[in-house]
Design a protein around this ligand. Structure first.
Ligand code: ZN
Length: 491
């Protein structure tokens, strides 16, 4: 259908290209407080600059409405519904007002249309497992944990299409709570932050990485465990994280009576409990204890049918978290470390360091890791076949698991393990959004926030097309990815 068909006799259609959009990139905390009204005023001025006086001397009228009608893209809603091949969706005031096929939605008076023919659109991702604040180029350290660092990480997530991230248990101090409160006041031009605050474990038995270790709270008695949950609830955490792992016999494992007390106390405050787990036996007991989700697959053995069924029947969410284990299967640095898309946010010296981490690997260790990884893939396929609630969680922010890019890689690994691209996208958008109560994210449907990714190619044809990001819109505003990239790696 020709775009002419939409021209009303009294109002010429104003067609914008993506490049004519005003841009958002809020680098500093100060900008977060920019009032919305002046920003909208600026938008109108920028549009006048961008759209008035074109070379062709076009006399098309300037848009007088803030509404935009996006037409022609393949639309993946993030739900289990089939994509709309030649879609139209109307955005106004940061919201999706209507979704349909091209031709079904009228262009409101004074609004501009945006031609997305050949593109694919989908909701921004919601990732349930990251660790903000520690990575700063070559340094990986708790000393890097500042407001500016965390905001930079949230920008990196947004750059790669992650619209919300749960920082899972390594956030000591006030920084995440302050950022989250700011985000609640003002729609962020970066990934929305949720947090578990400080996760709970046996003393010195939390995160594996040394830089993260002190962030966990060690508990040894039921009273301590309940007090710790009450304190977290008082701070307003979004979830509670626990570690139940002896790290190959090297640390104490959180005792069952303690995690039962934690789960009980958390549930009394409507907080879900997400467990880092390694052993199948612990996973089974955690389900008995009422845990809400697993931050990893079981990794000591293939998940048995009873365990898979217990997970599915109890609606336990499971994060495959494949990326970290998949790294172990490579003797040489994997090719994605040279992906131009990754190099848009990661400078060369950091890539060199990441590659060097592959240098001292023995064939024996690589073989072991490959066998173990194949087991994880089979477990994930079983969980999916049983209808378990699989949710994106990729441990981004652990050293050399780069913010946002790691999530894109994870989607590819989930498909390689047997999920369909549509199932994988659902596990990375609408499902985690619903589980986290992010009612306005995770779906490209009417009434939701206009927070979406524009892709050159369709990820339902090949999930690797998730890397073909051309644009990100958050709350209806176009993210200035070029400015972010320039800040990280230069123009
Ligand atoms: Zn983690």
């Amino acid at each position: 259908m020709s775009i002419q068909a939409y021209n009303s006799p009294v109002l010429d259609r104003h067609v914008m290209t993506l490049n004519q959009f005003p841009l958002i990139a809020r680098f500093t905390t100060r900008l977060r407080h920019r009032a919305r009204l002046p920003f909208l005023a600026l938008t109108v001025i920028l549009q006048a600059v961008a759209c008035g006086g074109t070379e062709t001397g076009s006399t098309a009228p300037l848009p007088t409405s803030s509404a935009r009608l996006y037409e022609g893209a393949v639309l993946i809603s993030g739900t289990d519904s089939e994509p709309i091949d030649d879609s139209a969706f109307l955005v106004d005031d940061g919201r999706i007002m209507a979704v349909g096929r091209r031709g079904e939605l009228a262009l409101p008076p004074g609004a501009a249309s945006v031609d997305l023919s050949g593109k694919t659109v989908m909701p921004m991702l919601v990732s349930y497992h990251g660790h903000v604040g520690y990575q700063d180029d070559l340094s990986y350290d708790a000393a890097n944990y500042t407001t500016a660092t965390v905001i930079d990480h949230l920008n990196r997530y947004a750059y790669y299409g992650v619209g919300a991230i749960v920082s899972l248990g390594t956030d000591a101090g006030d920084v995440v709570f302050e950022i989250r409160a700011d985000q609640e006041r003002d729609m962020p031009g970066r990934a929305r932050l949720l947090t578990a605050g400080r996760g709970l474990a046996a003393p010195d038995a939390g995160p594996g990485a040394a830089a993260l270790r002190a962030s966990a709270v060690g508990v040894t008695t039921e009273v301590e465990a309940r007090d710790a949950v009450r304190e977290l609830a008082g701070r307003g955490v979004d979830v509670v994280k626990i570690w139940v792992d002896d790290r190959n016999g090297n640390v104490e494992k959180l005792e069952p009576d303690l995690y039962r007390a934690i789960i009980d106390e958390a549930h009394a405050r409507d907080l879900p409990v997400i467990a880092h787990v390694y052993y199948a036996a612990d996973a089974a007991d955690l389900i008995e204890a009422g845990v809400d989700g697993f931050a990893h697959l079981v990794r000591d053995e293939e998940m048995s049918r009873p365990l898979v069924e217990a997970i599915a029947n109890n609606n336990i969410l499971v994060m495959p978290n494949l990326g970290i284990s998949e790294r172990g299967t490579h003797r040489e640095p994997p090719e994605w470390l040279d992906d131009p898309l990754l190099l848009e946010s990661v400078p060369p010296d950091v890539i060199t360091r990441a590659k060097a981490s592959f240098e001292r690997r023995t064939s024996e260790r690589v073989d072991q890791a490959s066998t173990s990884y194949a087991t994880m893939q089979r477990s994930l396929a079983s969980l999916n076949a049983a209808g378990a609630q699989i949710v994106l969680g990729a441990d981004s922010g652990v050293q050399d698991h780069f913010f946002g890019y790691t999530e894109l890689r994870e989607l590819e690994l989930m498909v390689a393990a047997g999920l369909t691209p549509l199932e994988t996208i659902q596990a990375a958008t609408s499902r985690p959004a619903a589980l986290l109560g992010l009612d306005d994210l995770g779906q490209l449907t009417a009434g939701k926030q206009a927070t979406f990714i524009v892709l050159d190619e369709n990820p339902l044809d090949d999930i690797a097309h998730i890397r073909s990001i051309t644009d990100i819109f958050m709350n209806g505003e176009r993210l200035d990815r070029d400015a972010l990239k320039a800040e990280w790696v230069g123009p």
